[in-house]
Structure formats: C-alpha cells, structure tokens
Design a protein around this ligand. Structure first.
Ligand SMILES: N[C@@H](CCC(=O)N[C@@H](CS)C(=O)NCC(=O)O)C(=O)O
Length: 207
C-alpha cells in the first residue's frame, strides 16, 4: 500500500505529480493545517517535524519531497531517473540546484506574497522579496539556457528533476515573479502544467 500525506502546497504537488507520471496506484490523505492535522501524534510518527509531504509504503514512513520523488522512481524501475550513475547524478544535481537555490527563492515569493497574506493577513516583506529577486536574476538565466537546449531539465525526456521543479514555478504564477525574460522556462512551464499527470496531481488536492 502506497499512501501520500499532503496539503495544498508545492512540496506535496511534487510527490503527487511524480506518482501520476509513474502511473502508480496510491491513496492520498489530505491534512488540514487549520485543524493541526500535521502536528497530531499520528502524523508525527510519519514526519518527525510535523510537515508534509510524507509517504507510507509497506509499513515504512518517509519524508522530504525530493527524496520521496526519488524513492517513487526507484520502486518503478528507475523510470523518470536513471540506472546510469552519471545520468542519475545529473538529475540529482538539478534537483539540488532547484531545491537549494532557484526553488528556494521562488518559495520566498510564494511565502511572502501568498501565505503571509492569506493566513496571517500580513504584507509581504519587501526586503525578503528583493533578496529573492537578486538571487533569481542570477540563477534563472542558467535554467533558461538549459531549457532552450532541451525539452526538459535533464534532456528530452521528463525526469524527477522536472517533477520536483515544476511545482515551484507553477505556485509562483500567482506571485509577482517575472519570467518574461525567460522564454524557454515559460515554454517548459506551459507544457508541464498541461500534462495530464500534473492536472491530476492538482485535482487530488483542494486548492
Ligand atoms: N524540505 C521539506 C519541506 C517541508 C515543508 O516545509 N512543508 C510545509 C508545507 S510546503 C509544511 O508542512 N509546513 C507546515 C509546518 O511546518 O508546520 C520538503 O521538501 O518536504
């Protein structure tokens, strides 16, 4: 039995999107943050920090969204990943680049402009946004160059680098992040969000 625990966040979207691309059968359990479901004793057994996403498979509990996507690929004969060490390392390197750099700064926009406003009725911190913009201005040209040369982030086939990265960009479509200077990134977002697997992932979660 494969069970994914999530909420309507880009980190949970990564895992559902990956499971859908892999064609896996799973159950989705939506946790209600407002009710504190994620801090319940039951959920703390799945995720010691009381966060989502988390995954349950054959009695094992796992967490950290990118690790969960890699695990799903590993139990699916390395589909969306690779048996070949250098190819796998290139996919891992792109996942790390996105999670620790560009995605981290996109998440600042989402947190400041959407989460703070919606849940805490607070204005965005302009200093935090300016810092995120500064780093994105340095990092997005590289991703645009990669996507101008290949259909996906690691070549012409979709990989877990894409299923991890796309949810950050999709979440930021409702923020003030400007992507006009990055036509290849825009093309990749448009194609990615229109994939049936991405649409199914979104449909699984109340938005
Ligand atoms: N690095 C973790 C981040 C997990 C995380 O921060 N999840 C957020 C939602 S996107 C959460 O559960 N927040 C609730 C909380 O921290 O109380 C991952 O990629 O899974």
């Amino acid at each position: 039995m494969l069970k994914i625990y999530g909420a309507s966040t880009f980190n949970a979207t990564k895992v559902l999107f990956t499971a859908e691309e892999l064609g896996l059968q799973y159950e989705y359990d939506h946790l209600d943050f407002a009710k504190g479901d994620h801090k319940s004793a039951e959920h703390l057994k799945r995720h010691p920090l009381g966060k989502v996403p988390a995954l349950e498979h054959n009695g094992n509990y796992l967490f950290e969204s990118a690790s969960l996507c890699r695990y799903l690929a590993n139990i699916s004969n390395k589909q969306l990943y690779s048996e070949e060490p250098v190819k796998a390392a290139k996919i891992d390197q792109m996942i790390d680049l996105v999670c620790h750099h560009a995605g981290k700064w996109l998440a600042v926009y989402f947190y400041q402009e959407v989460v703070m406003m919606k849940y805490y009725q607070k204005e965005a911190d302009e200093k935090a946004i300016a810092e995120a913009k500064g780093f994105l201005d340095q990092q997005l040209p590289y991703l645009d160059k990669v996507l101008a040369q290949s259909k996906f982030l690691c070549g012409d086939d979709i990989s877990i680098a894409d299923t991890v990265a796309l949810p950050y960009f999709h979440a930021c479509l409702i923020t003030s992040v400007k992507l006009d200077a990055y036509p290849a990134i825009q093309r990749w977002i448009e194609e990615g969000v229109s994939r049936p697997a991405f649409q199914k992932a979104l449909a699984a979660m109340p938005q």
